[in-house]
Design a protein around this ligand. Structure first.
Ligand SMILES: Nc1ncnc2c1ncn2[C@@H]1O[C@H](COP(=O)(O)OP(=O)(O)OP(=O)(O)O)[C@@H](O)[C@H]1O
Ligand SMILES: [Mg+2]
Length: 471
């Protein structure tokens, strides 16, 4: 069994060693140590620790002051911001209720007063692990409830998608042709499958054909079949997809790509409910429900005379328009957790439990031109790349990272607060800003400001003069 990992953070060597000694006496745990926040965060963001035990005051005692930037509160805040999900247990020399409340509010799971005994520590681990188990079960249950919103693998909770579920429910059993439209990757095929597999036709075949993916000269025989000898290569007769889909559903994907000559033939099939295989004089009756899909604007194709108007009206009886993902952002979280579950199975034994809040913000801000398919690919990639328990900003592709507010641009493509792209001009504006910030931070102490700016004092004085900064 893999050992559980524990990180001990204390500025005092003796305490660290004592706790590490306790940990080593427990069979299934191993300990690492850090003496300050930065060291601890560096370790914890590279490795997953099951438990982190953190001293409340992380200042060397001899200084004799309480530096509020250097305590467990600060550590917890920064750890949470980094998406670190370990159980954080805080210990302190003083058993103060206020402190205990403060750290638990921030997300610490336990608070122990020093001196800590072996048994106390062992019990704290056990309690934290039980709590974690309950929490995970809870998340799982919540997900199961959420999944009830889904319709045959279509994961969604936005009102827009719920309306689509209602339409599917209403029309699934009719033979009426349904046209599904939406940008690439929005789930048109999923909707077509949902229409079929929830209908009375579900035991008959669902046959999909990509009208843009088959050469024009083959498509007709593909759809309607051919008799032996109909053309040079027709050494035996072949059933068409219409016949194969008899009693079921034929999904005509990318219908906008259907060549004009075949559009006439399709229209006739839809009207007559019969097909004529290539090279055959007789027609065959078929009972097929047609679901067509397109990412293109069929109306526009009709105006350009690339799509027959009569066929357009024949298939446009009932249209389901799937909105792009950016217009139904409520679905993003649910889809993300759905794809995490899906790809966790694939990338075993790694286990990713979620997305850091910062990374989730970027996923919410992004425009998703490739819609759900793009989101799925991004999550799969992140799961493979990540070295953390939750997906971090750096695990996302660079075009999504560019959505980071730090990299934001104004409408005319400039950085906020700058009105040109000139490096020379902007460097000056930035330099001036940084100098003002450093002077404000050090309350006008130029020596300290120059240290923050990492330039020499004379260089700072020169620049202040240059920029007309007077204090
Ligand atoms: N709501 C959803 N829930 C779960 N998975 C989804 C959802 N929408 C789309 N997907 C997934 O995204 C991918 C693309 O979906 P689909 O093939 O149905 O899109 P499409 O609209 O037909 O795209 P294209 O126009 O590119 O053919 C599939 O892997 C599908 O499983
Ligand atoms: Mg498709």
């Amino acid at each position: 069994m893999a050992l559980k990992k524990v990180l001990i953070i204390d500025d005092e060597y003796e305490i660290r060693s004592l706790i590490a000694n306790y940990v080593s006496r427990m069979d299934s745990y191993e300990a690492s140590q850090a003496q300050n926040i930065d060291e601890a965060l560096a370790l914890a963001s590279r490795n997953h620790f099951d438990h982190i035990i953190c001293d409340y005051f992380l200042d060397p005692r001899e200084k004799g002051r309480d530096d509020s930037r250097n305590n467990a509160v600060e550590f917890i805040k920064r750890a949470k911001a980094l998406g670190i999900t370990s159980n954080i247990i805080v210990m302190s020399g003083k058993a103060e209720v206020d402190m205990a409340i403060e750290v638990t509010k921030l997300g610490a799971v336990d608070y122990l007063a020093k001196p800590i005994s072996f048994a106390q520590l062992q019990f704290a681990f056990k309690r934290a692990e039980e709590r974690e188990k309950l929490y995970k079960e809870n998340v799982k249950l919540k997900r199961q409830v959420e999944e009830r919103y889904s319709f045959a693998n279509i994961v969604a909770r936005s009102p827009e998608m719920e309306r689509i579920f209602e339409v599917i429910e209403k029309v699934k059993d009719y033979k009426t042709t349904v046209l599904v439209t939406g940008e690439s990757g929005t789930g048109k095929e999923l909707v077509a499958r949902a229409l079929h597999f929830n209908s009375i036709r579900k035991f008959a075949p669902f046959v999909a054909v990509n009208c843009g993916g088959i050469p024009e000269n083959l498509l007709e025989s593909e759809l309607f079949g051919h008799v032996k000898g109909a053309f040079t290569d027709a050494v035996r007769s072949k059933k068409g997809l219409f016949e194969e889909a008899d009693s079921g559903t034929l999904f005509l994907d990318e219908i906008g790509e259907l060549p004009l000559a075949l559009q006439v033939k399709l229209l006739r099939v839809l009207q007559e409910q019969e097909i004529r295989p290539v090279g055959n004089n007789k027609t065959i009756k078929v009972d097929v429900r047609i679901v067509a899909a397109t990412a293109r604007d069929l109306g526009e194709l009709v105006r350009k005379a690339k799509f027959r108007e009569d066929l357009y009206y024949r298939i446009n009886v009932l249209t389901i328009v799937i909105p792009p993902l950016r217009e139904r952002k409520q679905d993003i979280r649910l889809l993300v957790s759905h794809f995490i579950d899906k790809y966790n199975e694939v990338i075993k034994p790694k286990k990713v439990t979620g997305v850091s809040p910062e990374a989730m913000q970027l996923l919410m801000n992004y425009r998703w031109p490739g819609n759900v398919r793009e989101l799925e690919n991004v999550i799969e990639r992140a799961l493979v790349l990540t070295e953390h328990e939750s997906i971090q900003i750096e695990d996302l592709p660079s075009n999504i990272q560019a959505m980071d507010p730090v990299n934001e641009t104004t409408q005319d493509g400039m950085m906020p607060g700058y009105d040109s792209l000139s490096i020379k001009k902007n460097t000056k504006i930035l330099e001036r800003k940084l100098i003002n910030l450093a002077l404000a931070k050090t309350k006008g102490n130029k020596t300290q400001a120059s240290q923050l700016l990492e330039i020499s004092l004379p260089a700072l004085l020169y620049k202040m003069k240059d920029y007309g900064i007077v204090i």
